[in-house]
Write a protein that binds this ligand. Structure first.
Ligand SMILES: NC(=O)c1ccc[n+]([C@@H]2O[C@H](COP(=O)([O-])OP(=O)(O)OC[C@H]3O[C@@H](n4cnc5c(N)ncnc54)[C@H](OP(=O)(O)O)[C@@H]3O)[C@@H](O)[C@H]2O)c1
Length: 259
């Protein structure tokens, strides 16, 4: 699967967690990788890691909820790397709160980042993919794009929405050479999961380790997923040989959800 070599890749939320692992995986294959997020320092750190193994990385600050920043990002990447051929819409947030306790602002923020942010990126980066007759869009959904859990209604709605966008775009792009797929991880070993374990511990009086144990237990494999396992699927979906795979939502969850 070394055939996405020399491609230009954009990974949103590339400064840590799953996005970091995906950026490193593509760079290790020989692709040029632009990474974005709102925190320049964490982007610079990942870019440094990539450069230390002779990879090519472009760390660019961008808040994907702002259409004008995504448009500016496109211009910066075009100037420095060329057009984006593989877009990984990975940036996301997952605050946990009971539905009736949720501020309207939180609902709007989650949808704005997880769904509208991906929409902005697709809008901006798709035209060049269509023009060149080749492209890959990979949306980082979640198993909660297919099933539901309590206390994450905004997150669940946003990921169901992202899966809907994935399917609708896949159909619309079917004859353009651009594929659009979603990855649906279960609990992954990242800051996001640790933050939610800490919150659960706080709310229930459990120890953080106990909360993490519950998350692990949600998977038949009784473990968290490594970010690198998610990255490997992104590489596969971006490869030439995955040209017929589109509109799919593939779980990386140790068998927790079988739909
Ligand atoms: N961890 C899991 O168990 C899990 C499971 C299923 C799906 N996922 C999904 O996988 C993706 C990555 O999760 P993760 O666990 O790696 O989370 P993470 O460690 O919290 O990383 C999230 C990334 O998104 C970026 N981000 C957030 N808001 C942004 C915005 N407005 N504009 C640009 N970047 C933004 C963050 O950077 P800044 O804060 O610096 O902007 C950060 O780099 C998310 O979409 C998440 O929903 C995670």
């Amino acid at each position: 699967m070394a055939d996405s070599k020399q491609k230009n890749v954009l990974v949103t939320g590339g400064g840590r967690g799953i996005g970091r692992a995906i950026a490193i995986a593509f760079a290790t294959q020989g692709s040029r990788v632009a990474i974005t997020g709102r925190t320049q320092a964490s982007l610079d750190k990942v870019a440094e890691e990539i450069r230390s193994v002779d990879g090519e990385a472009l760390p660019l600050r961008c808040d994907i909820t702002r259409a004008e920043e995504v448009a500016a990002l496109n211009r910066q990447i075009a100037d420095r790397l060329g057009k984006v051929q593989i877009l990984v819409n990975n940036a996301g947030v997952a605050p946990a709160v009971a539905f009736l306790e949720m501020d309207d602002h939180l609902w709007e923020e989650v949808l704005k980042i997880n769904l509208t942010g991906a929409y902005h990126c697709c809008k901006v980066f798709l035209p060049e993919m269509i023009a060149s007759g080749w492209g890959r869009i990979i949306n980082m959904a979640s198993t909660v794009a297919k099933v539901a859990y309590p206390y994450i209604s905004a997150y669940t709605a946003s990921k169901h929405g992202l899966l809907g966008l994935t399917r609708a775009l896949a159909i619309e792009m079917a004859r353009t050479g651009v594929t659009v797929n979603a990855i649906c991880p279960g609990y992954v070993d990242t800051d996001l999961t640790l933050t939610n374990a800490k919150l659960m511990a706080e709310k229930t009086g459990k120890a953080v380790e106990e909360a993490l144990k519950l998350f692990k237990g949600a998977s038949p494999q009784n473990r968290l997923i490594a970010p690198e396992e998610v990255a490997d699927l992104a590489l596969m979906l971006a490869s030439e040989s995955a040209g017929a795979i589109t509109g799919q939502a593939i779980n990386v969850d140790g068998g927790a959800v079988m739909a």
